[in-house]
Design a binder for this molecule. Structure first.
Ligand code: HC1
Ligand code: SF4
Length: 573
């Protein structure tokens, strides 16, 4: 243990503790801006400066370790002046358009400036401007960038892509796409992790909310909305609600109040995806077409973008099933359109997703009989949805639980856990087991037998399927995914079925979710989805009666010709 004094409090902490961590243990918060535990500990912002008694120079608390006998002052006059000046310097290179910023009210720089009582700025420096393609789903505004380096580090260390870099020098220093490329030419997976880790509004999603308002206002259009599984686990954070109060039923109610004609839960089409994907897996597994490589899940568009650019030879291993978002859109414009007697051309499909890459996934074209268009017309992130809600002045307390509209109303716990890492695999195996043995397994059997493989940062399980072993693995985060795919390529590991989610923790940790700076909430949000699964009436996708009816009345059976036309895609196209 190391003994030291922080603000005159004596404290003992383990060796290797940083000054910032030691202060936190003593109940003292040291202000910080660029710091992110294990990701960005480079003291770029110099906001966490503290004084070490007897030393001339101030030191940064985030990356300096405690030493025996140190006396530290976190609020001395010298510290206060230096800290304030450093924040003023950052502000002087920032555009200051706070009133029109998506992060206003949830900006770490704004909070810090307020906390430090900065009410004037004695100097103003040059604000860097760089052009950006505003049609791209991810938008960077260099005028707001404070060069904290978090995006560079998250993309590189966590997601293993290294899209961002420091560009230019001196007063023109800023962060932009590495190698002076356009973002559209870089291999950005659109996972959005750089957005959720940005402390200010320099990174955001393309705002598509106006398109939805226009569709709602257009009387010729029928607006049909779907809500992704992971949205329910997080939207309440942005609305100041308790986790247990922020239900999906209230989101559906909110959409009706905002003017949507029909509202659905994507968990329904997650069940539909399972019917297709589990059948496809069994077919590939039983006819031996998996060779040495596994079948990969295909519902995460960030993962799809990643594999196409980084491991193109593995693309044929992807399940051909479209994601639940796309399947739902396609079914809305065929089966549902027919049932309500509306021309698919007049249906506007909107989805609310915890994801930025879903905006790009929706570009996929869809042809069926005389209809040619998109499965999904407009994709909003969870954040855009909560902004629309605030715009309408709908108070969350007036919302009540509403069911999805009929025809595609039922959902199961299996569909809900899609939003958490491992959920797709778990749901698929419940149904594959049933297809093979004719009986349901214990719904938690897979969850219970999983083990963590530390070497490859993944979860794996071997299952006995009628005497044959099925080897499965689950990975999330693209950095981890790269490690796994390299190991598969080398032949160090081999599996039959692998689930990949681009964002750490799965969709619950998605790049479109509410931003709670400095907190990694995927774990608690995922727990919330598992809680909903354990407490749901139906926990098997093959028991979803509305999905069964959809097959009976329209699609015939999983992998039928019609299912192929409507629910599957060619990833090479
Ligand atoms: Fe996801 Fe999916 S789980 S991809 O993370 O397969 O976004 O929630 O909607 O489509 O269902 C996201 C979540 C989501 C799809 C489903
Ligand atoms: Fe990197 Fe993801 Fe941001 Fe793209 S969206 S730059 S892949 S962190």
């Amino acid at each position: 243990m190391v003994n030291l004094k922080i603000d005159h409090n004596e404290i003992s902490v383990p060796e290797g503790t940083t000054i910032m961590e030691a202060a936190a243990l003593a109940g003292i918060d040291i202000p910080k801006l660029c710091y992110l535990k294990d990701i960005n500990e480079i003291a770029a912002c110099r906001v966490c400066l503290v004084e070490v008694v007897g030393k001339e120079k101030l030191v940064t608390a985030c990356n300096n370790k405690v030493q025996e006998g140190l006396e530290i002052l976190t609020n001395s006059p010298k510290v206060r002046v230096a800290r304030k000046q450093n924040v003023q310097l950052i502000l002087s290179q920032h555009d200051f358009k706070c009133a029109t910023c998506v992060r206003s009210g949830n900006c770490t720089l704004q909070t810090l400036s307020n906390d430090l009582n900065i009410i004037d700025l004695p100097f103003k420096e040059r604000v860097e401007h760089a052009p950006w393609d505003k049609n791209f789903p991810l938008i960077r505004d260099t005028e707001k960038c404070i060069k904290c380096m978090r995006c560079i580090q998250v993309c590189d260390k966590v997601q293993g892509l290294g899209i961002w870099d420091v560009t230019s020098t001196g007063s023109r220093t800023t962060v932009n796409v590495k190698g002076n490329r356009k973002i559209t030419d870089a291999d950005c997976a659109l996972c959005g992790q750089c957005i959720t880790h940005c402390p200010v509004g320099a990174l955001r999603e393309r705002d598509d909310t106006e398109k939805v308002w226009e569709a709602i206002a257009d009387e010729k259009k029928t607006v049909v909305v779907q809500i992704a599984p992971a949205v329910r686990a997080a939207w309440g954070e942005a609305m100041g609600m308790k986790r247990e109060d922020a239900t999906v039923g209230k989101i559906l109610d909110a959409w009706k109040r905002m003017g949507a004609d029909y509202v659905f839960d994507t968990s329904f089409s997650a069940d539909l995806t399972i019917m297709e994907e589990a059948t496809e897996f069994l077919e590939r597994f039983q006819n031996g077409s998996l060779n040495n490589w596994p079948m990969f899940t295909s519902c995460c568009p960030g993962w799809l973008r990643f594999v196409k650019t980084q491991f193109p030879e593995m693309v044929p291993q992807l399940s051909t099933a479209k994601s639940p978002q796309q399947m739902f859109g396609a079914v809305m414009k065929t089966y549902f359109a027919q049932s309500i007697g509306v021309d698919p051309e007049n249906i506007v499909t909107v989805s609310v997703m915890p994801c930025v890459a879903k905006k790009a996934e929706a570009n996929m074209d869809f042809y069926y009989k005389e209809y040619a268009g998109k499965d999904v017309d407009i994709v909003l992130t969870t954040r855009e949805f909560t902004r629309m809600l605030r715009e309408t002045h709908i108070r969350p307390e007036v919302l009540t639980d509403r069911k999805p509209d009929s025809l595609m109303q039922e959902w199961t716990g299996a569909g809900v856990i899609f939003g958490a890492t491992g959920g797709v695999m778990e749901a698929a195996l419940r149904t594959a087991y049933h297809a093979l043995s004719g009986k349901n397994p214990d719904p938690d059997f897979f969850h219970d037998i999983r083990t963590v493989n530390e070497e490859y940062a993944l979860t794996e399980a071997n299952l006995d399927f009628n005497g044959t072993t099925v080897r499965t693995a689950i990975v999330s985060g693209l950095g981890n995914t790269r490690k796994l795919l390299e190991a598969i390529r080398r032949g160090d590991v081999s599996y039959d079925f692998v689930e990949v989610m681009a964002c750490p923790g799965g969709c619950v940790g998605g790049g479109g979710q509410p931003i709670c700076d400095g907190k990694e909430l995927a774990g608690v949000r995922g727990e919330n989805l598992h809680f909903l699964d354990r407490n749901s009436k139906i926990r098997f996708s093959h028991e979803n009666q509305d999905v069964a009816k959809l097959y009976q009345d329209f699609l015939e059976h999983p992998l039928s010709h019609k299912s192929h036309m409507i629910l599957h895609t060619d990833h090479n196209a």
